[in-house]
Design a protein around this ligand. Structure first.
Ligand SMILES: Nc1ncnc2c1ncn2[C@@H]1O[C@H](COP(=O)(O)OP(=O)(O)OP(=O)(O)O)[C@@H](O)[C@H]1O
Ligand SMILES: [Mg+2]
Length: 203
């Protein structure tokens, strides 16, 4: 029996829990986990330091070519973890993309805890509300390979189980059901999230 190697992308807004999830999934599948943020720093695949954002700017072209070589050399299943992962993989090589989603309010809390600046919190919360990583993934890999997982207030084991159910064909791929704008409106929180004065101040 020939078992084909799978390439699984894990994407989502910074701070949603991609690396935590990817590590657990890799352990379960006996797969190789590639953390793009770590790879970029270790291999110096960055272009510059963005002083305003206090972060390195990833060199997507060089990350992409490094990734192509790495993938060729690995026989195991591979998990590629990064918020721009969908933009650096060859879409044809990808079997499945998990897009981790997190309620904006919980994401905001997580990013505060991480010590992000208010500017970076605002950028990332907005990206989550606007489905930014989901759209990148859909545009790059096609909607039929995408599966969103809502990680809001859920245990690591629950999230892992949901992913395994999808990978093992017990449940279908879920896409397009998450709508944070609608959710925030229903919860009466929309105003705070789309016109937070604190966000304006950071401009
Ligand atoms: N299911 C969970 N429940 C509670 N806390 C979690 C869960 N998953 C991850 N975390 C915590 O949230 C924080 C962010 O997780 P993680 O580093 O995995 O996110 P990330 O998406 O990889 O972030 P980045 O884009 O910055 O690499 C960590 O402190 C992690 O321990
Ligand atoms: Mg990470």
């Amino acid at each position: 029996v020939v078992k084909f190697r799978r390439l699984i992308v894990v994407t989502g807004t910074p701070g949603v829990g991609k690396t935590t999830f990817s590590r657990l999934l890799a352990k379960k599948l006996n797969a190789v986990h590639i953390d793009l943020g770590e790879l970029a720093l270790r291999e110096k695949l960055v272009t510059a330091f963005d002083k305003k954002r206090r972060t390195y700017v990833a060199d997507l072209k060089r990350i992409s070519s490094k990734l192509r070589k790495l993938i060729k050399s690995i026989q195991h299943d591979i998990i590629i973890d990064g918020h721009y992962a969908a933009n650096v993989v060859s879409p044809n090589d990808v079997n499945l993309v998990f897009v981790l989603r997190c309620h904006p309010q919980e994401l905001e809390r997580k990013l505060k805890r991480k010590g992000f600046t208010s500017r970076k919190i605002a950028e990332n919360v907005a990206a989550e509300i606007l489905d930014s990583c989901l759209l990148d993934a859909v545009n790059s890999c096609g909607v039929q390979k995408i599966c969103e997982i809502d990680v809001t207030n859920r245990k690591r084991t629950e999230i892992l189980e949901e992913a395994l159910n999808v990978l093992e064909g017990r449940t279908g791929l879920s896409v397009g059901k998450i709508d944070w704008l609608k959710k925030l409106e229903e919860e009466g929180k929309l105003n705070r999230f789309i016109s937070l004065p604190a966000y304006r101040k950071t401009k």
